[in-house]
Design a binder for this molecule. Sequence first.
Ligand code: M6R
Length: 613
Amino acid sequence: MSGIVAYTGSSEAAEILIEGLSRLEYRGYDSVGIAVLGPSGKIVRKRCSDKSRRLRDLLQDGVPPGNTAIGHTRWATHGRPSNENAHPHTSCDGKIAVVHNGIIENYRDLKEDLIEKGHKFTSETDTEVIAHLMEDMLKKTSDLREALALTKKKLVGSYAIALISADHPGEIVAAIKNSPLIIGISDEGNFIVSDLPAILPYTKKVIFLEDGDTAHLTPDKLKIYEESGSKIERKIETISWSPLLAEKQGYKHFMLKEIFEQQRAVQETLMGRLQVEKGQVVFENFKPDPEKIKNIKRIVLIGCGTAYHACLVGKFLIEDFIKIPCEADIASEFRYRKPLINKETFVIAISQSGETADTLAALREAAALGAYTGAICNVIDSSLAREADEIIYTHAGPEISIASTKVFTSQLTALYLLMLRLGNITGSIKPEEAIKISEELIRLPLKIKQILDSQQDRIEEISKKHFKQKNFLFLGRNINYPIALEGALKLKETSYIHAEGSPAGELKHGPIALVDSELPVVIISTEGCVYDKVASTIEEVLTREGRVILLATQGDERVLQFTEDIIWIPPTLELFTPLLNVVPLQLLSYHIARLLGCDIDQPRNLTKAVTVE
Ligand code: M6R
């Protein structure tokens, strides 16, 4: 996902941009660039498409002086990664520079018209049309924001745009449609960024722009206009994230840091919501009319990738404890399969970023069909959070590594809370059972710590034994089948090893053909209702000489006969085993990727939030 950082103020803008952009590197990018409006009244651009070079290298032949600038990390959609396609893009006269996230769907038509009018294009991007359109509009009005409002009328698609003009020193204008931008306010100047970590070191005072807004910033003033063109005051919020959360703090990689942050992330997601002694849950934002909940006939959970795996766990929880039929669906499938949805369906989207294009589109489709909608999200005020009828935030803090870890366990935590809340309302979970569940739920953070403290050396040893293999198989059953899928996804993403996750019971229907004396097979066999069934699966794999790695319940001596590669998990209620079992699988992927020398925090071809279809 591309990233935007723009600044106008009293400090040297280039330095601020490089710092801010480096904090967005985690989103994945293939090129980077800045444009600075200097004291000479000229815009100086620096762009680079060599990701292996550090951002600071952009400035190796001197920092362009100036107090107003825009910057961008690009994740290519239109036009290959190259210096020419890197943002910012400029108008023919070089007086307008623009950065853009999203896609301008009608850019071909616009480009043809502009070329006919004599404009010269220097890139293959859709973004460049914005700079040329602005050049034309500034012939009609000298007001930079008005020119952007006129330009917007020509654009079809989604966008977050920030731009500067050589004829408008100190000014930045910005506009959004279906793509977020946040204004940061400080005594040293004002910012426009696409993601909070970029401004965390400078300010905690922010305004989240709303869809259709345009903004006009100078070093000490800001004005916001809504879609209709009227000026509007948007609320200034104070964010609580500490800048330290977006730094490695001595860990070699963000992924490792975030794996170890899970105790805190789960704790904070529970905090203030779970009343253990009553077995009750209260959410800050999700306070539905009980009658509405009682009328729900079906629940549909939607998400992509790791978030979809959380949905699969949620299905088990809701059907088992709430007794309402529940489906888990991949958002990109849901949006095109003409789902049967009505006002008695509760559709809940799960997403870290809240900006995943497929998940957003699926939620909108559900809303259009009359569903009651909800979202479980990590990013405050993200598009999904704003559009859903109900929002439950995961309080995991910023997740920097592309491979999701702490947000996944926080999503499961939010699902446990949601299950309890629904159970409180519908009466499907009896008070004594709710108390028992709550008492164990509150212990999970400590159990995560126990796993990390006691099993990390063992997991590293197992990784050393198997990291050279080309294929891995992950098996789990019942509520842990989604964790087998998640274990496989994590390994694929971080180490590029082919890994397949399968329900253990499906082994004999196909995947067993893969098993030979080379294949590592990770089997989740913690205690639960399918324990004996999984034991038979272990036998099946061992008979074919597969190299079994087991996840087993601490103290379960029966598994010692199978293998020496056992990762021990503290005992817990069966419904909570997915949350504990996933932790060592994340660490296994991390160590294997590290041993292979992979780019762990930014794996190739991946981006933190897939905001395009
Ligand atoms: O931001 P979201 O949770 O909506 O993102 C969904 C997936 O793109 C995401 O979970 C992806 O699978 C991660 N790279 C998993 O580690």
